[in-house]
Design a protein around this ligand. Structure first.
Ligand code: NAP
Length: 263
């Protein structure tokens, strides 16, 4: 299936690792141009080296950027547009979740979550929107979590902010439709990325990697019986960014192995 992504420009907020990095690779394989960011320069350098296996440096733009800092976001987006002559697609993938029940989460942590899961998306959308409009249309894909619809008490801050983002995505899909800018979400269950690798290492469990993830899948009762891969999320992101999804806006694709009970 030709996705029609040849020569499109995709900005991936948080593309230096996990889902964002895999998505960048898949865009490059479709002959698109990609811009990635993250806060850590060495991780960003490693990501660029990895991506150079898939495309020449002319098709990759990378810059450190903290997505919670508006000036950083503006500069990164402007740099991308200057490097590639415009922008067609925005993927908001930067983030990390925080575990804890209501009284475990400090006010500072609540603020951090709102900055990362909410204001960062507002900044990115505001910065990219004029460029999408210039192209007479474009795509915005917001990475979310199944927690947005099915909150769990031990992840209260992540779940609450994710629910807000889901609502915002829907509103933006209505407001931007007149400009042919399609806004969708991809909601993740448990996906094997650096985020889970950090948790695995912190857990200090002396079990083989495969056993750790198998146990996790069993414990969380994932119907497909396994934790997902970043590449499986990237497939959904690429589809929503593609010409093949030209009549899809305001919706959510869940990439969660069947997890969840909400209709
Ligand atoms: N993996 C899962 O099971 C899962 C489940 C539900 C939702 N999600 C969501 O999916 C998205 C991707 O996560 P992932 O699993 O791919 O995690 P990951 O491998 O840890 O990647 C996260 C990326 O976001 C960047 N990032 C984090 N904070 C940032 C900031 N303030 N400014 C700029 N970049 C920032 C990281 O780079 P730096 O750290 O260098 O900044 C990294 O490139 C996140 O929004 C996450 O919450 C993941």
């Amino acid at each position: 299936m030709d996705l029609g992504l040849n020569s499109k420009v995709a900005v991936i907020m948080g593309g230096s690792s996990g889902v964002g990095l895999k998505t960048a690779q898949r865009f490059l394989e479709e002959s698109a141009y990609v811009a990635i960011c993250g806060r850590d320069q060495s991780r960003l350098d490693q990501a660029v080296n990895y991506l150079l296996e898939y495309a020449p440096s002319e098709r990759i733009f990378a810059k450190t950027c903290d997505v919670t800092v508006k000036a950083d976001v503006d500069e990164f987006v402007k740099g991308t547009a200057q490097a590639f002559g415009g922008i067609d697609i925005l993927v908001n993938s930067a983030g990390k979740s925080i575990m804890g029940h209501f009284f475990d989460i400090t006010d500072e942590q609540w603020e951090e979550q709102f900055q990362l899961k909410y204001f960062a998306i507002i900044y990115a959308v505001k910065a990219v929107y004029p460029y999408l409009k210039q192209k007479n249309g474009g795509r915005i894909v917001n990475i979310n979590a199944t927690l947005s619809k099915e909150p769990e008490p031990h992840m209260v801050a992540t779940a609450a902010t994710r629910a807000g983002l889901l609502n915002l995505s829907r509103t933006l899909s209505h407001e931007f439709a007149k400009d042919n800018i399609l806004v969708n979400s991809v909601s993740l269950g448990l996906i094997k990325t650096d985020q889970w690798e950090r948790r695995r290492l912190q857990s200090n469990l002396d079990v083989p990697v495969e056993e750790y993830y198998n146990d996790l899948a069993q414990k969380r009762k994932i119907p497909l019986g396994r934790v997902g891969e970043a590449d499986e999320v990237a497939s959904a992101i690429l589809f929503l960014s593609s010409e093949r999804a030209s009549y899809i806006s305001g919706t959510t694709i869940e990439v969660a192995g069947g997890l969840g009970k909400t209709l």
